[in-house]
Write a protein that binds this ligand. Structure first.
Ligand code: KG4
Ligand code: ZN
Length: 356
């Protein structure tokens, strides 16, 4: 029997196993991470090696440097994850790995290693979509959370509203037509000379600024009430800054940060609440790096309270890219029999598969 057929039989045995151990890998961008999860929602270890300091000098992620660093770190990170969880490689029941979307060279490191390990250990391989991972971080943070719910995914690469109808059943409600929210944060921070990544530092500075000092655009796309556009806002802030600099006028960085952030948060809250009313959902789940944002959390909490909606978001460590969220998504894929063949490949762009 070949590997895949053997794994289909194995999967049937594993599906209901109590104490199921998953080793998961995440290398889609600038974090090398490995985690050990028990029964899908319990973290035994979640090791994250961040490359931020390497990319900082360039003002953003350099793909070649990212790939090289993943190669250097991945084995150490896996060893640390096993050691911290007190689990041997032989005790691992299945391997989950991010296959996309992301930087293809970076993804390949995790995918190649996961395939090699799955084959050598003769255990199932589970390819996981990165966005599905971000959403699943909430299952770990909130043990009783169950679909259906609306999820707002806000990261450096994505801004999407997804209706999660069941585990693994997704319907795209809206998404950004251009830049992701995190991308706008990073660009504005670069223009202001605040370094990379931009989100955390703008979040901090905005807390000391006046969010209503400058009125930056909130884009509403005609006929697409749930889609976003952040490139206009980004350009408006950049042009505004250049204008002030050319005229030699003084400006308050904190007020710029706060006003820019208010424009982002207004649009995110507005469209998300509208999509909740449209779908009749009663739960909202925030996911992705920007879900750490203080103002977004605060304003979304107020809007949810007004609309009788339960709000969930993960702690910051599970908002950022990490292996644990991939392991959790992998667990539910395994339960549904959605394991991968050894042909699994890294995919730079891919929508989250929609199962009607
Ligand atoms: O999800 P993530 O770690 O990686 C991607 O999959 O993209 O998100 C990274 C993004 C970056 O753009 C970063 O600036 C942003 O999340 N970010 C934040 C905050 N923390 C991270 N944006 C706003 N406020 C924050 N506190
Ligand atoms: Zn991410």
């Amino acid at each position: 029997m070949d590997y895949f057929h053997r794994m289909q039989t194995r999967m049937m045995q594993l599906k209901d196993k109590d104490g199921l151990i998953i080793l998961s890998l995440e290398t889609s961008c600038d974090e090398t991470s490995a985690a050990i999860l028990k029964n899908g929602r319990e973290i035994l270890s979640n090791i994250i090696s961040s490359q931020i300091d390497l990319h900082k000098v360039y003002g953003g992620v350099v793909p070649e440097i990212a790939s090289r660093k993943h190669v250097e770190m991945i084995n150490h990170v896996i060893e640390d994850a096993l050691h911290k969880a007190n689990v041997s490689l032989q005790a691992v029941d299945a391997i989950a790995v991010t296959y996309g979307p992301g930087l293809v060279g970076a993804l390949l490191i995790g995918v190649s290693l996961a395939k090699a390990l799955a084959f050598a250990l003769d255990i199932p391989l589970i390819g996981v979509h990165h966005i599905e991972g971000h959403i699943s971080a909430n299952y770990i943070a909130h043990p009783t959370l169950q679909p259906p719910f609306i999820s707002l995914i806000v990261s450096g690469g994505h801004t999407q509203i997804i209706h999660v109808k069941d585990y693994g059943v997704y319907q795209l409600i809206g998404q950004s037509r251009d830049d992701a929210a995190g991308e706008a944060y990073d660009k504005i921070a670069r223009t202001l000379g605040l370094g990379y990544p931009g989100g955390p530092v703008i979040d901090q500075m905005a807390q000391k600024g006046d969010p209503f000092r400058y009125n930056f655009p909130r884009v509403n796309l005609k006929d697409c009430p749930y889609d976003f556009s952040f490139s206009g806002l980004k350009t408006a802030v950049v042009n505004f800054l250049h204008n002030l600099q050319q005229k030699g006028e003084e400006f308050c960085v904190e007020d710029i940060c706060a006003s820019f952030q208010q424009a982002v948060v207004d649009v995110l809250v507005n469209k998300t609440i509208r999509s909740i009313k449209h779908t009749g959902a009663s739960q909202l789940v925030l996911a992705g790096g920007v879900a750490s944002n203080t103002a977004l959390r605060k304003e979304m909490a107020l809007a949810c309270e007004e609309n009788d909606v339960l709000l969930y978001f993960p702690p910051p460590i599970l908002c950022t890219d990490n292996g644990a969220m991939i392991g959790c998504a992998g667990y539910y894929r395994l339960k549904q029999g959605r394991i991968s063949t050894l042909r699994l490949n890294a995919v730079p762009y891919e929508p989250l598969v929609q199962i009607p």
